[in-house]
Design a protein around this ligand. Structure first.
Ligand SMILES: NC(=O)c1ccc[n+]([C@@H]2O[C@H](COP(=O)([O-])OP(=O)(O)OC[C@H]3O[C@@H](n4cnc5c(N)ncnc54)[C@H](OP(=O)(O)O)[C@@H]3O)[C@@H](O)[C@H]2O)c1
Length: 325
């Protein structure tokens, strides 16, 4: 086998999505778990080239060129450093890390090693959300006025997410950071945020819901309502972006985008790779081959984190706060 294999660090839930994408792209996988039997079972299921019962052994395998860090948030830095130290490129799951200090160490370690650091922000690669980006960038909505991102559901958590220190917070730094990414990508860098968290209804290490208002460039306003403690919400939900010439509605599962307003009403449907995992892994593969920084590099991941951390400060201090650059 040519040295092009990717090491999966951690054989949990999200690792399955990466493994399925790697299989679609024909990229060989090396499955690494803290538990050798678990790695072997995972490798059998996803036809991985090999299985390892220790992360340290997997990253040193000569077939490996990159590693995908699929571990809890407080493990992202040590696991990324382990892979960089072995000379591998790194695709690290979102959030890049729970703190600026950890994110900065990871970014500078990748730069020092001359290796690609990419954040696995799959929403960036979702065809439907990319379509929204193109509509905005192409001026189809006119001047942006309001972005309403609503992602509310009910999902009690178990395991490491029950520990706020491991997770780095609650719902916003976990699933919510995907919507923060869309807010930034579609609306521009938020200057200031005001966030509130209602009383909790489900067990979570940190908050189980956040409502966030953001001041965006040009006076546009962003609103993000993100919750895992809201019973009774329908699965079909969408984000709404309104400009002076129209509004577009983007299905959160990435299946459709509806554009209405000054132009003809247009419904776009998306069927392939709706969650963007194949496109994301393909972008990582290309970045490794060309040595060109990917769009969701460490700096982009840090900017998503900056909005989350500003929201947490706003919740704690009960006032609007500037987003640190
Ligand atoms: N992009 C997305 O849509 C998305 C969705 C879900 C999660 N994620 C992200 O993916 C990462 C993993 O989340 P997940 O939902 O896959 O979690 P998970 O199912 O709990 O898997 C995490 C894996 O990390 C490994 N691990 C290493 N140290 C650990 C520790 N101290 N405690 C627990 N597990 C440890 C374990 O694998 P082994 O035992 O095999 O070593 C575990 O299975 C997080 O960064 C999360 O935010 C992203």
């Amino acid at each position: 086998m040519a040295a092009r294999a990717l090491v999966l660090l951690g054989c949990g839930w999200i690792a399955r999505r990466h493994a399925a994408a790697a299989r679609r792209l024909g990229i060989p996988l090396l499955a690494a778990s803290r538990d050798a039997a678990r790695a072997r079972a995972f490798a059998r299921e996803f036809a991985a080239a090999d299985a390892f019962g220790a992360y340290e052994d997997a990253v040193r395998d000569p077939r490996a060129t990159g590693a995908i860090v699929c571990t809890p948030h407080d493990r992202h830095l040590p696991d990324a450093l382990l892979a960089l130290g072995a000379g591998l490129h790194v695709l690290v799951e979102k959030p890049i890390a729970p703190t600026f200090a950890e994110a900065d160490r990871m970014i500078s370690a990748a730069a020092a090693a001359g290796r690609i650091l990419m954040v696995a922000e799959n929403v960036h690669f979702m065809p439907a959300f990319h379509h929204v980006h193109r509509l905005i960038a192409g001026g189809r909505l006119g001047e942006l006025r309001e972005l309403h991102l609503v992602a509310r559901g009910y999902r009690p958590h178990r395991g490491w997410r029950l520990d706020a220190a491991t997770c780095g917070g609650g719902v916003l730094i976990d699933a919510g950071i995907h919507h923060v990414h869309n807010l930034r990508r579609w609306g521009g860098e938020p200057r200031r945020v005001f966030a509130l968290a209602p009383p909790r209804t489900v067990a979570f290490g940190g908050e189980d819901a956040v409502d966030l208002l953001a001041e965006l460039p040009g006076g546009a306003v962003g609103f993000l309502a993100n919750s895992l403690g809201a019973r009774g919400m329908p699965r079909v939900q969408w984000s709404t972006v309104t400009g002076t010439d129209g509004t577009c509605f983007a299905d959160h599962r990435g299946r459709w985008v509806l554009l209405r307003g000054a132009h003809r009403t247009r419904l776009s449907l998306f069927f392939r790779d709706t969650r963007g995992h194949v496109a994301m892994l393909s972008a990582f593969d290309e970045a490794m081959r060309t040595d060109k920084a990917p769009e969701t590099d460490g700096a982009a991941g840090r900017r998503d984190l900056a909005v989350v951390l500003a929201a947490y400060r706003s919740i704690a201090e009960r006032r609007p706060v500037d987003v640190e650059c």
